[in-house]
Design a protein around this ligand. Structure first.
Ligand SMILES: C[S@@+](CC[C@H](N)C(=O)[O-])C[C@H]1O[C@@H](n2cnc3c(N)ncnc32)[C@H](O)[C@@H]1O
Length: 210
């Protein structure tokens, strides 16, 4: 399985954003591109990808969304499916964020909400999500131009790759995550868009048959 986390400092943390102006919703357009790069191939959907989105924008940060549609695609009960298509990924984000708002009156603040199987949301900061990965025995890599070249890293299975937004991951967060054991990894000397970074990693993992 391939696992990624996209961190966005400004992405909105409520479902009430304008789908016609995703840039204004804390660059939700980038989160949408990340979803497309995570799950869509030409004429196919990647069923072995789990994507975490951590949003720190207004009005109710932080939010950790977990998308694992592969799990969901196996379900055949129409009512339990979020229809997942390339043209309405913003709607998927909206639906998951609204899921939190709908259930939060009944749930405790830190309880994970299953919006529908395969789509989860909780109020959790990046650092705590990383704690969870470490507890699960996963290796955590922070994508950073100055890190170790991915081509020199032998073991890339059971790994979570953390990618930053247009401003990069804040330095204090990087410092705290590194203290937990995360390492910096690079895909080369140029600075790529977040979604391009994800595609390049997908390609590397595909070539290694992970
Ligand atoms: C558009 S870049 C952010 C640019 C931002 N000004 C900065 O300096 O971090 C988005 C994210 O892609 C990742 N990234 C971009 N180029 C990379 C590279 N060559 N190697 C590893 N990660 C990269 C980083 O995680 C970065 O936070």
């Amino acid at each position: 399985m391939k696992e990624y986390l996209y961190y966005s400092r400004h992405a909105r943390t409520s479902g009430n954003f304008d789908m016609n102006n995703l840039m204004k919703a804390g660059r939700m357009d980038i989160a949408c591109q990340i979803i497309i790069s995570s799950f869509f191939l030409s004429h196919d959907i990647r069923k072995d990808v789990k994507l975490h989105l951590v949003f720190d924008g207004p009005p109710d940060p932080p939010k950790h969304l977990e998308l694992f549609p592969g799990e969901n695609l196996k379900a055949n009960n129409e009512n339990k499916i979020i229809h997942f298509s390339k043209k309405d990924v913003a709607w998927v984000i909206k639906k998951v964020l609204y899921g939190y708002e709908k259930y939060k009156k009944r749930k405790k603040d830190n309880e994970k909400v299953t919006v529908v199987p395969g789509y989860y949301v909780e109020k959790k900061p990046l650092e705590s999500v990383v704690d969870q990965f470490i507890e699960e025995g996963k290796t955590v890599f922070i994508l950073d131009r100055k890190g170790e070249d991915i081509r020199n890293v032998k073991k890339l299975d059971n790994v979570v790759f953390i990618i930053g937004d247009q401003d990069g991951i804040p330095k204090d967060k990087i410092r705290r995550i590194k203290k937990k054991g995360a390492k910096l990894i690079s895909i080369g000397p140029k600075t790529y868009f977040a979604s391009q970074v994800l595609t390049i990693i997908q390609n590397e993992l595909d070539r290694r048959e992970i």
